[in-house]
Ligand binder design. Structure first.
Ligand code: PRP
Length: 189
């Protein structure tokens, strides 16, 4: 063990690993293949939704064939606040930096739960006249969907429980976990 602790020890708060790093990598690879198939050789703009999609956006971009004409942008929204339930109020904390007019845009989201965040982003970005606007989500969590949002690319179906890791947080912690995990109930008490 070094001064930072044993790298193989899971945090005490983690109850179970729902998807390990290999399962996530396989899903990301498949998402990249599907995006490439639909682009038919045209350029693409990936817009990562921070903070949750920080790792997904980076891994997805690198899973595209190196010859892909791709650019990457980010925006920051927040809807969950500090708890483990979405507040239902989507706030744009930082907009993307470049025009998307005439571009093939893929919104890159870590998770879609009630759907309000993605619905908001599809409205916001759709109003900026992209050539195409598609949605790529690593985790589809369909159990409490309250709006009908089109998902063009879906990596995995989330369990009906609160999960963290690979960008997803609980009170800003656990984003750094290389897997997707369920926390012990006592963490939320
Ligand atoms: C999470 C997640 C999605 C959104 C999905 O973001 O990253 O953007 O919630 O929830 P919804 O479908 O119920 O709207 P959050 O607001 O927690 O911010 P974060 O990405 O900074 O963690």
């Amino acid at each position: 063990m070094n001064c930072r602790g044993d790298a193989n020890v899971t945090p005490a708060a983690v109850a179970a690993i729902e998807f390990d790093a290999a399962q996530i990598a396989a899903a990301v690879s498949r998402l990249a293949s599907e995006i490439i198939r639909d682009l038919r050789g045209e350029p693409v703009t990936l817009i990562g939704v921070l903070k949750g999609a920080l790792f997904l956006t980076a891994d997805l971009a690198r899973a595209l064939p190196p010859a892909t004409d791709a650019d990457i942008d980010f925006l920051v929204v927040s809807s969950y606040g500090e708890g483990n339930r979405s507040s239902g109020e989507v706030r744009l904390l930082k907009d993307a930096s470049a025009s998307i007019e005439g571009k093939n845009v893929v919104i890159v989201e870590d998770i879609v739960d009630n759907g309000l965040t993605l619905q908001y982003l599809q409205g916001l970005l759709g109003g900026r006249n992209p050539a195409t606007l598609r949605s790529c989500v690593l985790l589809n969590k369909p159990y409490r969907r309250c709006v009908d949002v089109p998902l063009d690319y879906v990596g995995l179906t989330a369990p009906d429980t609160f999960i963290v890791g690979y960008g997803l947080d609980y009170q800003e912690k656990y984003r750094n976990l290389p897997y997707l995990a369920r926390l012990h109930e006592r963490v939320f008490e």
